[in-house]
Design a protein around this ligand. Structure first.
Ligand code: NAG
Ligand code: NAG
Ligand code: NAG
Ligand code: NAG
Length: 341
């Protein structure tokens, strides 16, 4: 959707407010706060590049400052804290948007804080389909039962969606992530017991929105279906919709996932494939095609399930930040997604 950003030569970092694609997960209030704001950055080398901010389906477009990265083969670390802005690292291949995406939590709040760091390649020439490395460091106190989630920091693939499901042949994912104790501390592996000791409540998942209407599929607030692939849930406090009623199993690439389903408070049917075993094991690395998990849903004659006529409008990967006693860091050294038609 951010047409032309990939063409920017020598890397002017752009950040724009995000439209509603992660709206359902974010909640409507968050969606509102995430729209209609000025872009953080606009083109620095081109005086007229304010229009870049308009690409995000927002009201952006006014100059909000600029951050120019060097014209070399180095790496620039961008750190954004407590903002609902999309960070769009220029890329000559796939375009990704990263959003710290706290909702209802303002900077300086005593509820907690969240920062997202992106390691941006100054030359914008990532390997095909590969996203920049990023990490999220956060700590939030427990929220009310009605609004337990404080943020959904995520990375979303742009430009390639929406796509009709019958045209999609493969959803190839290559991901490596870890969660660790400590502020801005990348863990080599996820120490589940250490994270349990500080009462971490979170999940790590791919989040997709589908609808028979192309436009609705792009907007999480309006989409009929949300299909998720969970790589980890840290505790039952961060459970999927329909947790008390596990459905069928499906094994792909040697990994078994169990389906949970229920409507969320906005009426969206949420279908969550959760990696087994639950809680005790974190699926830190996954490489392969996740399309069979969606395909499996077609085979069931059921209005509650998507069909091949539906559009896939949005695909993001991230972590829902509920609460934790100390700072934790979610690191993603590798994320690659290829939607093959
Ligand atoms: C998404 O849908 C909501 C609710 O209908 C609407 O308020 C919002 O403007 C839409 N967002 C986009 C980006 O179209
Ligand atoms: C671009 O920068 C990255 C990161 O420093 C480096 O690994 C890569 O080799 C560079 N690519 C080219 C084509 O120079
Ligand atoms: C994380 O650490 C790096 C390197 O030490 C630093 O540049 C960056 O600003 C830190 N980020 C946050 C959110 O503290
Ligand atoms: C799914 O797999 C788990 C673990 O192997 C098993 O305990 C459970 O009974 C299976 N569920 C169904 C519906 O087959």
């Amino acid at each position: 959707m951010v047409v032309g950003i990939g063409l920017l030569v020598n890397a002017v970092l752009v950040a724009i407010p995000i439209g509603g694609s992660v709206g359902a997960l974010m909640g409507i209030d968050a969606h509102r706060s995430a729209t209609g704001q000025k872009p953080l950055f606009t083109g620095g080398t081109d005086d007229d590049s304010g229009s870049i901010g308009n690409g995000g389906g927002s009201n952006g477009g006014t100059h909000g400052g600029s951050e120019v990265v060097p014209n070399d083969d180095g790496i620039t670390r961008i750190s954004k804290c407590d903002v609902s802005y999309g960070i769009i690292p220029p890329s000559k291949t796939e375009q990704y948007t990263l959003n710290p995406n706290p909702w209802g939590v303002k900077a300086g709040s005593d509820v907690g804080d969240l920062c997202l760091d992106v390691l941006m390649w100054n030359n914008a020439t990532y390997p095909t389909n590969t996203a920049p490395e990023f990490s999220v460091t956060w700590q939030y106190d427990q929220g009310p039962n009605t609004a337990p989630v404080h943020a959904y920091p995520n990375i979303r693939v742009d430009d390639v969606l929406p796509k009709k499901m019958s045209d999609v042949k493969e959803l190839y994912v290559d991901v490596h992530w870890t969660y660790g104790v400590g502020k801005n501390k990348t863990a080599e592996t996820t120490d589940i017991d250490a994270l349990k000791d500080i009462d971490l409540s979170t999940n790590v998942a791919i989040d997709m929105f589908l609808d028979s209407d192309k436009e609705k599929a792009e907007n999480g607030t309006n989409a009929k279906f949300e299909v998720m692939v969970w790589f980890w849930m840290s505790s039952v406090t961060a459970q999927p919709h329909g947790w008390s009623n596990p459905g069928k199993n499906k094994t792909i690439e040697g990994q078994t996932f169990t389906l949970f389903q229920d409507k969320n408070s906005e009426g969206t049917m949420v279908l969550s494939w959760v990696a087994r075993p639950f809680l005790t094991d974190a699926l830190e690395k996954f490489t392969g095609d996740i399309y069979p998990l969606i395909e499996e849903l077609y085979t069931t004659e059921n209005d509650d399930y998507p069909s091949t006529d539906d559009y896939l409008g949005s695909l993001s990967f991230g972590t829902e930040a509920y609460d934790v006693k100390e700072h934790v860091t979610f690191s993603v050294p590798k994320y690659e997604i290829a939607i093959k038609t």
